[in-house]
Design a binder for this molecule. Structure first.
Ligand code: BGC
Length: 752
C-alpha cells in the first residue's frame, strides 16, 4: 500500500503540472468536431445470432465496388497528417481504414500498442506504459499475458481506437535484434502461448487483435530489403510455430505481414506464408494487414493473400480497382479480402460494441504495470543471500548509474509509450518525443529505495566515471549499481556489450564494495565480463511506468522474484549462430531521393541472410553446439529454494507429465516448472525443446503435485515431404526442472 501511494503521489504532481495530459482522456475541440460516429448500424447483419461470416456476407452483398476498395487500404498516418475528409473520423493513430458509413460500418482505427497505447501524450491523452513484452514473457504466465493484453485493449478503447498493432512475436534468432524487447523470447512454445493469451486479452475488450511481424523479421538492419533464406522444416518448427500457436489459440482478427523478404518474396506478397500456411494450413479466417509501407504490388500481393495495405493506398486503391475492372483480379478475390475484414470486425465485436470514449484509470494501470514487472524481474545471482535487503541493517546505500535518481529507460520505435510529463532526463524546452530516442520514464529507483530504507543515508552517483563510482560505493553498506542498454525498432545493437563504459563502472564498484547489487535495465541479453564480482544481479528489463516501485519491492523482499529468462544470455557474440550481424549494403539501406512508383514496387535491392542454424534457435543452438552460456534460457533464482520429485509420464493422445514441486525454503514463492522433451534419434534433433510449463505457488515448506499437458504438436517434427506435422515413433525423454540446464527429473516413454 505504501508503495502504491508513493508512486501515485509522484504521478499526481507530474500529472497536474501538465495541461496537455487531460485526465479525461480528452480530445481537442477540433478533433472532437471531426469525430462524427457513423449512424448506428441497422441492417440484417446486426442479428447477433448469425456467425461473423454470415454477417459479413450480408454486408458485402450491399456494398458498391468503391466501398469495397475503400476497405482495403489506409488513408495515411493520421498522427502525422493534416486533417482530411478521409481521415477526419479517425482517432489520429498511425492507421485508418474508412468503414462503410452508408451501412453503419465504422472505420478501423489503428494504434500501435506494444507495451501501451502509442502517441497518447502528443494526442493530449494518457496511457499506461507496461513493462516491455520481454518482461512479461519472463513471468512465463499466460494470465499475466492476458492481463497485459486486456489493459491495452481497455485503454485503446477508452481512447477511441478499435484495433491494436501489438502482438509482436518474432522469436529471438539474434539477440542483437533491436526489437527483442518488443517480443516474447526465443522459444516458439513460450512465445506462442503467451502471445495467444495477450491477443485474447486485447480482444476481450472488443478491439481487433493483431499478431506481427509475419514472418522472420528477426533483424532490424535492412529489414525492408533483407531476403531471409531458410528451409521449410526449420521455419515451421521455429519462427512460424510461434505464430501458429498464436493464431490457433489466440484467434487474432488480424495478422501483420513483415517488411522483409522470405525465400525470395516479400512477406506481404509471399504466397507460401500468407496463403499456403496462414490461411490454408492454419485456417486463419481474419485479414492480413501490411506493415507500414510493406506492400509492393497489387495483383501479386492480392493473389498471395494480403488483404489490407497500410498506411497508404498506393497499390490497394485505384490500381486495385483498375485490376478488378480489367479482370486481372477477380471479383471473388476482391470479395474474399472484404469478407475477411468485415468478419473480423464482427468477430472482435467492434460493430456490436461501437467505440465509446471513457476515462482511463491510471491508478489501475499503475497497479497492473507494477504487478507485471514484479513477476518479470529475474534474479540472476544472489550470493550469500545478498538480497533481499534488510532496511534495519542499512545505514548507507550508494545508488549508482543509469539516471536511477530520476527514471528508468524504455524501449523505442513504434512501441514507444509517451512518458507522463515527458522524458525524465529531457533537457527543459526540448520538444515531444521522437520515435527513436532514449526515453526515461519518471519512476525513480532512488526514491523507491529511500522510501523502503527511511533511516538510511542514500547517496547517488551518476556512474559516468568508474573511479568516482567506486569512491561513492566504498564503505556503503550496499552499493546498487544500475546499468542499461537502450534498444529500438529500426536498429540492431552493435554488440551485447553494455554501452557507455558501464562494464568498467560495475567492475570498479564491485571491487570497491563486496555488497554490490547490479540492476540491469535492458531488453536484450548482455554480456557480463564482471559477472563473478557482484554479490547479486537482477534483470529488470524495461520496467514500465511504475518500474521503480516493482524493483523496490523485489530488492527489499516484499516480492519474492519468480521470473525466468525467456532468452539465453550467451557468454559472447562469438558463440552466436552468426557472430557478425549481416548488414545491408548502402544500396539496400534506403532509396536516395524521391521514390518512384517503380522503385516502390521493386523494393530496395535484396541482400541475403541465410539462417543455416535452421531450427536451432536460442538454447537449442547452444546445446547442439556444446557452447556454455552465461545464463541459460529458463533460468531465474528466488529467495527460496525448490525441489522436484516423482515424475510420471502418461502417454496418450495428449502426453501428461505429473510431478511434485516442493518449496524447501523458509518463505513463500512461485516456481516456474519447465518441461522439455528429447525426441527419438530418428527425428534428427539431438537437443531438447520446451514442450510445456506451469507456475506453482507454494508457501514455505509446502509441496504440490502438478500435471502439465503436452500438446502433441510440440512433440512432433514438420515433415517436408508430407507438408505436415508428424510424430516420429520411438522413445521420447521427458525432462522436468527449473531451467533448461537444470532438469533433475527424467522419464523415457515410447510414443507412436
Ligand atoms: C512497425 C510496426 C508498426 C508500424 C506502424 C512499422 O514500422 O514495424 O510494428 O506497427 O510501423 O507504426
Amino acid at each position: 500500500m505504501k508503495s502504491l501511494r508513493c508512486s501515485l503521489c509522484n504521478f499526481r504532481v507530474i500529472f497536474f503540472a501538465l495541461p496537455a495530459l487531460l485526465f479525461v482522456c480528452g480530445v481537442s475541440q477540433s478533433d472532437a468536431q471531426h469525430h462524427q460516429q457513423p449512424p448506428a448500424p441497422t441492417g440484417p447483419w446486426m442479428n447477433a445470432s448469425l456467425s461473423p461470416d454470415e454477417r459479413a456476407d450480408l454486408v458485402l452483398k450491399e456494398m458498391t465496388l468503391d466501398e469495397k476498395i475503400a476497405l482495403l487500404h489506409g488513408v495515411g498516418m493520421p498522427t502525422d497528417d493534416p486533417v482530411t475528409p478521409e481521415n477526419a473520423a479517425s482517432n489520429r493513430g498511425v492507421g485508418y481504414a474508412v468503414g462503410v458509413p452508408r451501412l453503419g460500418i465504422p472505420g478501423i482505427d489503428m494504434s500501435d500498442a506494444a507495451y501501451g497505447v502509442r502517441s497518447s501524450g502528443v494526442n493530449g491523452r494518457y496511457s499506461t506504459a507496461l513493462p516491455a513484452n520481454v518482461a512479461a514473457a519472463a513471468s512465463w504466465d499466460p494470465e499475466t499475458a492476458f492481463e497485459y493484453g486486456a489493459l491495452i485493449g481497455r485503454e485503446l478503447r477508452a481512447q477511441g481506437f478499435n484495433m491494436t498493432l501489438g502482438g509482436g512475436v518474432d522469436i529471438t534468432r539474434d539477440p542483437r535484434n533491436g526489437r527483442t524487447f518488443d517480443y516474447l523470447g526465443e522459444d516458439p512454445v513460450l512465445a506462442g502461448t503467451l502471445v495467444a493469451k495477450l491477443i485474447e486479452g486485447t480482444q476481450s475488450e472488443h478491439v481487433i487483435g493483431d499478431i506481427k511481424h509475419y514472418a522472420l523479421n528477426d533483424q532490424e538492419s535492412g529489414r525492408n530489403s533483407v531476403n531471409v533464406n531458410i528451409g521449410k522444416r526449420a521455419m515451421r518448427e521455429s519462427d512460424l510455430l510461434a505464430f501458429e500457436i498464436g493464431v490457433e489459440k489466440g484467434h487474432p482478427a488480424a495478422v501483420m505481414c513483415s517488411y522483409n523478404r522470405v525465400n525470395g518474396d516479400f512477406a506481404c506478397e509471399n504466397k507460401y506464408l500468407l496463403s499456403d500456411v496462414l490461411k490454408k494450413d492454419w485456417k486463419f479466417p481474419g485479414f492480413v494487414v501490411s506493415d507500414w509501407g510493406g506492400t509492393h504490388s497489387t495483383e501479386k500481393a492480392s493473389a498471395a493473400g494480403l488483404d489490407n495495405e497500410q498506411p497508404g493506398k498506393f497499390f490497394y486503391s485505384d490500381k486495385f480497382k483498375a485490376a478488378v475492372e480489367a479482370g486481372t483480379i477477380s471479383q471473388a478475390e476482391l470479395d474474399e479480402h472484404v469478407h475477411r475484414i468485415l468478419r473480423s470486425m464482427f468477430a472482435a465485436g467492434v460493430i456490436d460494441y461501437p467505440r465509446q470514449r471513457s476515462v482511463i484509470d491510471p491508478f489501475a494501470g499503475f497497479a497492473v504495470s507494477r504487478k507485471i514487472e514484479e513477476g518479470g524481474i529475474v534474479l540472476l545471482k544472489n550470493e550469500r543471500a545478498a538480497l533481499p535487503l534488510n532496511p534495519a541493517k542499512l545505514h548507507t546505500i550508494a545508488v549508482i548509474g543509469s539516471h536511477a535518481d530520476v527514471g528508468m529507460i524504455s524501449g523505442g520505435g513504434s512501441a514507444q509509450v509517451d512518458p507522463i510529463g515527458g522524458n525524465a532526463i529531457m533537457p527543459p524546452g526540448k520538444g515531444a518525443t521522437h520515435w527513436q530516442e532514449e526515453i526515461w520514464f519518471p519512476t525513480s529507483p532512488l526514491k523507491a529505495i529511500q522510501a523502503r530504507a527511511p533511516n538510511a543515508n542514500v547517496k547517488y552517483d551518476p556512474g559516468t566515471d568508474p573511479a568516482a563510482a567506486a569512491a561513492a560505493a566504498k564503505g556503503a553498506d550496499v552499493a546498487i549499481v544500475f546499468a542499461y542498454m537502450w534498444a529500438s525498432e529500426g536498429m540492431d545493437l552493435p554488440s551485447l556489450t553494455l554501452p557507455h563504459d558501464q562494464d568498467a563502472v560495475i567492475a570498479a564498484v564491485a571491487a570497491a564494495n563486496p555488497h554490490t547489487i547490479v540492476v540491469l535495465e535492458t531488453g536484450n541479453p548482455v554480456t557480463m565480463p564482471w559477472v563473478s564480482a557482484p554479490a547479486a544481479i537482477l534483470e529488470a528489463w524495461f520496467g514500465g511506468n511504475d518500474g521503480a516501485e516493482a524493483l523496490g519491492n523485489v530488492l527489499f523482499g516484499s516480492v519474492n522474484p519468480s521470473g525466468k529468462l525467456p532468452n539465453t544470455f550467451p557468454k559472447s557474440e562469438a558463440d552466436l549462430p552468426h557472430p557478425t550481424l549481416t548488414m545491408p549494403p548502402p544500396e539496400s539501406e534506403h532509396f536516395s531521393g524521391p521514390v518512384s512508383p517503380e522503385q516502390r514496387a521493386a523494393g530496395l535491392p535484396p541482400f541475403q541472410v541465410t539462417y543455416d542454424e535452421g531450427l536451432k534457435v536460442g538454447y537449442k543452438w547452444y546445446e547442439a553446439e556444446k557452447k556454455p552460456v552465461l545464463f541459460p534460457f529458463g533460468f531465474g533464482l528466488s529467495y527460496t529454494t525448490y525441489r522436484y520429485s516423482g515424475l510420471q509420464v502418461a502417454p496418450g493422445e495428449t502426453v501428461k507429465a505429473t510431478f511434485t514441486v516442493a518449496n524447501t525454503g523458509a518463505r513463500e514463492g512461485t516456481e516456474i516448472a519447465e518441461v522439455y522433451a528429447m525426441l527419438p534419434d530418428a527425428a534428427g534433433e539431438p537437443f531438447k525443446r520446451l514442450v510445456g510449463f506451469t507456475r506453482v505457488k507454494l508457501d514455505a515448506k509446502q509441496k504440490q503435485t502438478v500435471t502439465v499437458d503436452i500438446d502433441p504438436k510440440y512433440l512432433s517434427i514438420f515433415d517436408e515431404a508430407k507438408d505436415d506435422w508428424t510424430l516420429v515413433p520411438g522413445d521420447y525423454t521427458i525432462l522436468v526442472g527449473g531451467s533448461s540446464v537444470d532438469l533433475p527429473l527424467k522419464v523415457t516413454v515410447s510414443l507412436k
